[in-house]
Design a protein around this ligand. Structure first.
Ligand code: SF4
Length: 796
């Protein structure tokens, strides 16, 4: 097997595609240049015609070209560490899954997939597991980022639908950003907001976040909310709106149900005889004058948007938080209007596409439902199967618990790194190590999850894949291959080596399991089938309708410009001249049985775990500006790694004094789940009693920088989304005797690193930079070990 991948040119003109990272779904244009020796340079710029970004890109999007490198790319299938052919690997996976199902039943196997997959990949995964294997044990890492929004939407609207559009940023009078560090996590939307505020200075921006993040630079008002208390804040708002006569009685009576019950519970939380500011302030930690200002502004501003993201969703009360926000928009009739509505911003590039095609264990494809006989029969006929799953499957945390308990005996993980990103991450790692069969499809050779795999399958990466993604505003965009990947390595026969599309890999396994219905020849085949499925039993019954795309030709699919759904049969497609902005629910027409929007009575519940004498600090976690997920791609771009080179823990200086921590120390955080180490960073952004650590570092990039080692597996009871923003921990200084930097041309062997107490690596031009530290009581001589570690070191 060759370690150096040869990437052959596909074209040398500007190709329109989509950014690989967040749910904004920015359009990009990329150009691949090749020199005479076959070296390539990928240049990326924003697509000025794409309605998500109109040419803007953030630092991650701009650096996409730097991540298209052959270093570390997985290029050959392997079984138990031995390189093999595609034929053998696919046979092995198919036979092993078939045997497991035969012996233990369909619920003994599972797929754990990802918002990084394209819609076509997702569709095939869902069809194989739910349609043919007959289990719904397929869940996606989107469970960790927005499943509370999905559940909240379904409770209120009867469908998982974002009612508004990005364009509303330019039309609104006030934007409430809650649980969203938009400046870092969805930077292009932040740039749009910044431009909108510059054009209209009266546009008010309110940021609700325990931390004073960079997003607060635009804020007219920052509410440093007590973590987890959002329901109390929005119940207070509902109470205020009622008390001060701001309920839109016409909208509420004509189009909704459940207002009185929701208001009654809100009053129980925040004052039965009018709003009790003191009680609400105590629950939320927000001073009364700030509450007064927020409530008054919300009530008296005509057009209000509320953007929410992981700070709302990643909570044991995430679904209730979502509904407490939606309640306030329904009560004022501010929904689906130009400049007014609630808006969930998704974290991943195709989290929305996954939701559309049934990537979540509790949903069928095309927004159809378990328990609905018509839906069940329609799908069974459509897929020509008599084995369609009849009940929801295991959701992410439960799925890996079932692996740990030996109930799931074969799991296939695609394009994600759950050993890093799931709560109680050390348990997940142990569970996979003990699982009889772990198959991992990825494009990266060395991840924490690949290290647990029995079978690894090289999948195409961002620059090689072709298909579609759907962004947060329901807009479907094409992702187009920039380079070919069928001829990796020295072997020109694509049957032998070379990464493959995820849909192709799964289809091949399905066919080898003797399942019909997987003879797809290209992505367009799958897309047409998916579009046709959205029309089943759907004459206005569901809003997700792609009837206009059911017959597109391969060429039309190839040329498809961004399209926002719904796109019913006969609807005209968007083009350069026409860009649709479709909104929902301004005049009712919800997708509930009564066709009315539902207020959901939600009372404030404290987070599932609480601080104690032993674990007195609340640890919050999140993204940083220049990294993405577990750094398997953004970690490849040197300039992105420079932004925050080491895992760090932010702490208020006052707390730091109490814990005897100095700026730049290495801190050890611990609780009953695990230990993490991170560099101490003083920050007045943090309220006393709270800490923040980024989510990105892994066991491949650091010794103990993995924040999810500490996170408890508590989940929201409705959405099953884990509580990633509220982890009680202890913190103390970690005493080390020496520290240093090591610059190497090549990565240091993992076994060698295991003997070093603290290490973090990052890429730099021409090699790697290691941050090292060794504890005082270490039995091994550090200098000697470092000298042995890397003979080609350039500097210490
Ligand atoms: Fe990519 Fe999101 Fe940045 Fe847009 S905002 S360029 S989609 S990471």
């Amino acid at each position: 097997m060759s370690n150096t991948l040869k990437i052959t040119p596909k074209n040398d003109h500007w190709t329109k595609s989509t950014c690989a990272y967040c749910g904004v779904g920015c359009g990009i244009e990329a150009k691949v240049d090749w020199d005479s020796e076959g070296n390539k340079n990928v240049t990326v710029r924003g697509d000025e015609s794409h309605p998500a970004n109109y040419g803007r890109l953030c630092s991650k999007g701009l650096a996409l070209g730097d991540t298209v490198i052959s270093d570390g790319r997985m290029d050959t299938p392997s079984i138990n560490g031995q390189a093999t052919t595609w034929d053998k690997a696919l046979d092995h996976v198919a036979t092993s899954f078939s045997n497991t199902i035969k012996k233990y039943g369909p619920d003994s196997v599972a797929f754990y997939v990802s918002g990084q997959l394209l819609t076509e990949d997702y569709y095939v995964a869902n069809k194989l597991m739910k349609g043919y294997i007959g289990s719904a044990n397929i869940d996606t890492n989107s469970r960790l980022c927005m499943s509370s929004s999905v559940a909240g939407h379904k409770r209120a609207f009867g469908t998982d639908t974002v009612p508004n559009c990005y364009e509303d940023i330019e039309h609104t009078d006030m934007i409430v950003l809650t649980g969203s560090n938009l400046a870092w996590c969805h930077p292009v939307l932040y740039q749009r907001l910044k431009a909108a505020k510059a054009a209209k200075p009266s546009l008010k921006v309110i940021v609700i976040d325990p931390r004073e993040t960079d997003t607060c630079e635009l804020a007219d008002l920052h509410l440093a909310i007590q973590p987890g208390s959002d329901v109390a804040l929005f119940n207070g708002l509902l109470n205020y709106l009622d008390e001060h006569g701001h309920i839109n009685d016409d909208y509420v009576s004509q189009y909704t149900e459940g207002f009185e019950q929701a208001l009654s519970v809100a009053k129980d939380d925040t004052g039965t005889n009018g709003l009790d500011y003191l009680a609400t302030s105590r629950s939320t930690g927000i001073p009364i004058p700030y509450l007064e200002t927020f409530y008054e502004w919300f009530a008296n501003t005509q057009k209000v948007m509320t953007y929410y993201s992981q700070g709302v969703n990643q909570s044991s009360a995430g679904t209730d938080k979502v509904n407490s926000i939606i309640n306030c928009h329904l009560a004022t009739g501010r929904i689906g209007l130009k400049g007014s509505g609630p808006f969930s911003v998704t974290g991943q590039p195709n989290a929305m596409g996954g939701r559309e095609v049934g990537g979540l264990a509790n949903m069928l494809a095309a927004h159809m439902e378990f328990g609905n006989t018509d839906d069940h029969n329609a799908i069974s006929t459509f897929w020509d199967t008599d084995n369609l799953a009849t009940k929801p499957g295991l959701r992410a945390v439960d799925m890996f618990d079932a692996v740990a308990e030996g109930k799931i005996k074969a799991i296939w993980i695609m394009a994600t790194n759950p050993v890093v990103s799931l709560p109680n991450a050390n348990k997940v790692k142990e569970a996979l190590k003990n699982c009889p069969l772990v198959v991992v499809s990825d494009c990266v050779t060395d991840t924490d999850t690949v290290r647990c795999a029995d079978v690894v399958l090289p999948a195409k990466g961002w620059a090689e894949k072709s298909g579609t993604v759907t962004n947060s505003e329901r807009r479907i965009s094409r992702q187009r291959a920039l380079i070919a990947s069928d001829y990796y390595g020295n072997e020109p026969n694509p049957k032998l080596t070379g990464p493959k599309s995820d849909w192709w890999i799964m289809s091949q396994v399905a066919l080898r399991m003797n399942f019909a219905g997987f003879n797809f020849t290209c992505e367009a085949d799958i897309f047409r089938e998916y579009a046709a499925m959205t029309t089943l039993n759907n004459e206005g019954a569901r809003d997700l309708d792609l009837g206009a795309l059911t017959r597109i030709s391969n060429e039309e699919y190839d040329q498809l410009s961004p399209q926002q759904w719904p796109l019913e049969s006969g609807a005209s497609l968007d083009s350069g001249e026409k860009i649709s902005q479709k909104r929902f629910f301004a005049e009712g027409n919800f997708y509930t049985p009564s066709k009315k929007g539902q207020f959901v009575a939600v009372g404030y519940r404290a987070p599932a775990s609480n601080i104690s004498k032993e674990f007195p600090m609340i640890l919050n976690s999140g993204r940083i500006r220049d990294q993405w997920h577990t750094m398997t791609r953004t970690g490849l771009a040197n300039q992105l790694s420079g932004h925050k080179p080491e895992p760090y823990v932010q702490i208020n200086p006052q707390d730091a004094r109490c814990f005897n921590l100095k700026e730049g120390d290495i801190a050890e955080l611990n609780n009953t789940y695990g230990i993490a180490k991170a560099r101490v960073q003083f920050s007045s952004e943090m309220n006393p009693g709270q800490l923040f650590m980024p989510i990105h570092w892994t066991d491949v990039e650091s010794s103990q920088g993995k924040v999810c080692s500490l996170v408890s597996p508590e989940v929201d009871p409705v959405s099953a989304q884990p509580e990633l923003k509220f982890t009680p921990v202890a913190i103390k200084a970690w005493n080390y005797a020496c520290e240093g930097l090591l610059l190497t041309r090549t990565a240091i062997d993992t076994d060698m690193l295991n003997s070093i107490d603290y290490w973090v690596r990052r890429r730099v031009n021409g090699g790697f930079l290691y941050y090292l530290a060794q504890s005082a009581d270490s039995s091994t001589d550090t200098e000697q070990r470092q000298a042995n570690a890397e003979p080609s070191l350039l500097n210490i």
